[in-house]
Design a protein around this ligand. Structure first.
Ligand code: GAR
Length: 198
């Protein structure tokens, strides 16, 4: 039986698309829902075009009440019965209670070589530090932000003249390779890390 994957997004959803497109053929999982905190997220229409059920819960009316926002997300997730939740550019911090509910089966992609640069502005921080390489990580979500066990990383060089935007574009290409590779392994019950060099 295929594992069911719910993908949570906030924006363009390019990682969601890479994941969704990878789940065909002998892949052990299939997408069951794409859920966004932004009803205008461009990724929702892209998911719908692939025939994936979509839903949105606007976080703004909750005015920072994370628990109430998550309580509104839950019925969508319960109806979709996911085995795995993949955060893919989902830009809301989740409460420990929400994370505990899906302990060990929620993944996230983060645009840095964790444990470096949890949080925001990862590419600008890598450039400011003079790093020779950058990259992305897929990790299991735990209550501490961007701190769970790393299941895979892809590395890219930092090139002369890089801006946060040029570096982000180079890393994003690798995100689209790394996340599907990790999800495929994870859905098959294999937690050996995926290590890629771009
Ligand atoms: C990606 O670069 C992802 O790693 C990042 O947001 C972007 C979403 O792009 N996620 C985070 O920064 C999470 N803290 P996408 O919507 O095109 O997948």
């Amino acid at each position: 039986m295929s594992r069911r994957v719910a993908i949570l997004i906030s924006g363009g959803g390019s990682n969601m698309l890479a994941l969704a497109r990878s789940m065909t053929g002998d892949h052990p999982a299939r997408p069951c829902l794409v859920l966004s905190n932004d009803p205008e997220a461009a990724g929702l229409a892209k998911a719908a075009a692939l025939g994936i059920p979509t839903a949105a819960v606007d976080h703004r009316p909750f005015k920072g009440d994370r628990a109430a926002f998550e309580a509104a997300l839950l019925p969508h997730l319960e109806a979709a019965r996911p085995d795995i939740i993949a955060l893919a550019g989902f830009m809301r911090v989740l409460t420990p209670d929400f994370v505990a509910r899906f302990e060990g089966r929620m993944l996230n992609i983060h645009p840095s070589l964790l444990p470096k640069y949890p949080g925001l502005d990862t590419h600008a921080r890598a450039l400011a530090a003079g790093d020779a390489e950058a990259g992305c990580s897929v990790h299991v979500v735990t209550p501490d932000l961007d701190s769970g066990p790393v299941l895979g990383q892809a590395r890219v060089p930092v090139l002369p003249g890089d801006t946060p935007e040029s570096l982000a574009a180079r890393v994003l290409k690798q995100e689209h390779v790394l996340y599907p590779a990790v999800l495929r392994r994870f859905a098959a019950g294999d937690r050996r890390p995926v290590l890629l060099a771009g």
